[in-house]
Design a binder for this molecule. Structure first.
Ligand code: HAM
Length: 417
């Protein structure tokens, strides 16, 4: 027996209603804020991710699905959505458009993680990227968008965690202070953190091990080392958020799991916080486009995990819309009527009327039962008498009333209802 690979899942039709619900609202909010859709391939040059997210991050070191194709090209399944969008921005000269260029995507993302509730090896993200403007007002607008998106889904209980991790100019001083601080606890930090201490000290703040988390609380804070430009930017973002009525907490340990961020970083946490329950996160990446070979171009964005949104939508008991049932179910009696049912179904569908027909040779009772289960508004019944008179029997499935309708009138009759 084959099974779905560990950490992945099938989306069956009932569950799919939730997916449609999330993506529909993502599209609506994207339109409200002027974001256009973009789709990038499921795999990319492996270096795109390792170069942008950087070695020393779990995503690059431990979680990427890397493989060589038959032409020996090193490729990676999409490990996150921002770098591919930046690649496309450079590759297609989107810098020639009025800036910022606002793009959104709904995409699968692949990470070899330890599967648990809310953490998968293939998950899906709704992401939003605004590229080409450094104004802190854009940071506030992106956060406002994320809030409106979650609210539109009926998710009411979440908080914004905010931090600034500075820029290339001010970060080295913070890193020095971190190395000094953690060196004192070299024997207490986990083995991964001992490597982080030499390779990527900022990541020490992101460690999920209990002792390392305790140490992170008293570690030197990023905001104590911000240069004047970064400090002003952070002040402005906070000011705009307050003016927009968006509350937030400053979380000094927040550095995010990818290394391309500069200045603003934020995460959206549900009330009962667990590391695998963060609903979304993002921030500025003012050096990423240049780092990938483009001209210096600022950018900011965020992404939410669709599976985690669905978990919360379910938890909060939000009713999602069921798909519309078929207008009619066509039942028939006898082989000749079967042909007629088939032709009628084709002509109704050609008029855009969704219909289902039965198959095989079932009793009328069984066909009516089947019609009931599809929640069709009407059952159209064709028997020998209807064949003779060029009519069909139209049964209203709610009040059970039956009327004889000329076959030539059935389209109009169904379109009227
Ligand atoms: P990220 O924080 O790695 O950011 O992922 C975004 C969101 O995807 C997370 O907040 C979480 O909801 C969901 N997520 C991540 N990993 C998993 C998983 N294994 N299973 C289920 N859900 C998961 C990024 O990927 C950045 N590209 C976001 C961004 C956009 N930054 C700027 N622009």
């Amino acid at each position: 027996m084959y099974k779905v690979p560990r950490g992945t899942f099938d989306i069956l039709p009932d569950e799919y209603n939730y997916w449609k619900y999330i993506t529909k609202h993502a599209e609506e909010v994207a339109e409200l804020y002027g974001y256009k859709p973009i789709e990038t391939p499921v795999f990319e040059d492996a270096l795109l991710f390792s170069h942008s997210a950087a070695n020393g991050t779990d995503i690059v070191d431990k979680e990427m699905y890397v493989f060589k194709d038959r032409g020996n090209q090193p490729l990676a399944l999409k490990a996150e959505g921002t770098a591919p969008v930046c690649r496309a921005y450079i590759e297609h000269g989107l810098f020639n458009l009025p800036q910022p260029v606002k793009l959104y995507y709904i995409t699968p993302v692949f990470r070899y993680e330890r599967p648990q509730a809310g953490r998968y090896r293939q998950h899906h993200q709704c992401g939003f990227e605004a590229i080409g403007d450094a104004d802190p007002l854009l940071d506030a607008e992106v956060i406002a968008l994320s809030k409106q998106f979650l609210r539109s889904l009926g998710i009411a209980e979440f908080t914004f965690q905010l931090n600034s991790i500075g820029c290339q100019r001010c970060r080295p001083d913070h890193i020095d202070a971190l190395v000094q601080y953690y060196s004192r606890f070299k024997d207490e930090i986990c083995s991964d953190c001992r490597i982080r201490l030499t390779q990527n000290p900022l990541r020490l703040l992101d460690c999920k091990q209990e002792r390392c988390q305790q140490l992170a609380y008293n570690a030197p804070k990023t905001i104590e080392f911000l240069c004047s430009e970064c400090a002003e930017h952070f002040q402005a973002v906070q000011h705009y958020l307050k003016e927009l009525g968006i509350s937030f907490y400053i979380k000094h340990r927040l550095v995010r799991g990818l290394d391309y961020y500069t200045k603003t970083v934020f995460e959206i946490e549900p009330y009962e916080e667990k590391s695998q329950s963060v609903l979304g996160g993002g921030g500025r990446y003012d050096n990423l486009i240049e780092h990938l070979g483009g001209k210096p171009t600022p950018g900011i964005g965020f992404a939410t995990g669709i599976e985690r949104l669905i978990l919360n939508v379910r938890r909060q008991g939000v009713q999602v819309l069921n798909p519309t049932p078929p207008t009619a179910f066509i039942a028939f009696m006898g082989q000749e009527a079967k042909m007629e049912a088939m032709k009628l179904a084709a002509s109704l569908r050609a008029e855009g009327i969704p219909v289902l027909t039965t198959l095989g040779a079932k009793s009328l009772k069984a066909q009516l039962r089947q019609s009931n289960s599809t929640q069709a508004k009407y059952t159209i019944i064709i028997g020998s008498q209807e064949l003779e008179t060029g009519t069909v029997l139209l049964r209203n499935m709610q009040n059970k009333e039956q009327t004889s309708v000329m076959k030539t009138d059935i389209v109009n009759r169904l379109l009227r209802n």
